[in-house]
Ligand binder design. Sequence first.
Ligand SMILES: CC(C)(COP(=O)(O)OP(=O)(O)OC[C@H]1O[C@@H](n2cnc3c(N)ncnc32)[C@H](O)[C@@H]1OP(=O)(O)O)[C@@H](O)C(=O)NCCC(=O)NCCS
Length: 217
Amino acid sequence: MNNLAQVGHTLAILGASGHGKVVAEAALAAGWEAVEFYDRAWPGKQQVGRWAIIGDDVALLSALDRLDGVVVAIGNNQIRLNLLKQLHQAGVRVVSILHPMACISGSAIVGGGTVALAGAIVNADAVIGSGAILNTACSVDHDCILGEAVHISPGAHLAGDVQVGDRSWIGIGASVRQGVLIGSSVIVGAGAAVVSDIADGLTVVGVPARPMVAGYT
Ligand SMILES: CC(C)(COP(=O)(O)OP(=O)(O)OC[C@H]1O[C@@H](n2cnc3c(N)ncnc32)[C@H](O)[C@@H]1OP(=O)(O)O)[C@@H](O)C(=O)NCCC(=O)NCCS
């Protein structure tokens, strides 16, 4: 389902981190009027950038009546996915945050709870699963299919027809050749060039990308 136009007054951001700050600024740029941060590290952690942290995830659930939406801003794909599922089960309105300078094709499908940051490009007929992070200046080209809770890091590029399985993380500045199949829970290291299929659970690095094993290099 596309969630391309979800804006309201007050957005709760679960996850008070550097990524959370970037999501906050994207949300405000997209038209949200106010953001509130929640994090399990509260009350030990009280502040993130210029924002006070209001409470933990329990406090978030008790504040729902005055919130217009919730986004999970946690980089760890498995943790983000688990939280998204819990929020859905609790009936919370989970929204996507799409920076106005993200460029999402009208023919692409973007799952709920996705964050697309400035300069992210999603081209024709791509399908993005729920809970994705499309980080700064990444690109996902035509007909790509991404599973749930995938993270495409800043400046990473997927050529056309690439498939990426659930919870996989494509590292900063990595490139993936057209038609490549990347499994679930894969990590593609920073700067890697992926030119052939990658099986589930592997971490790959280098140009061309190879599985990382003890004693790599
Ligand atoms: C691949 C990665 C997950 C490995 O992390 P790690 O398990 O902590 O690995 P280490 O840093 O201990 O490095 C282990 C070895 O692999 C090498 N290595 C690590 N990442 C590498 C990469 N991306 N490309 C090539 N070699 C790499 C290291 O130089 C080191 O080699 P050495 O044993 O000869 O010294 C990580 O380096 C990486 O690239 N993460 C992506 C970061 C990113 O995209 N951040 C953006 C966040 S928005």
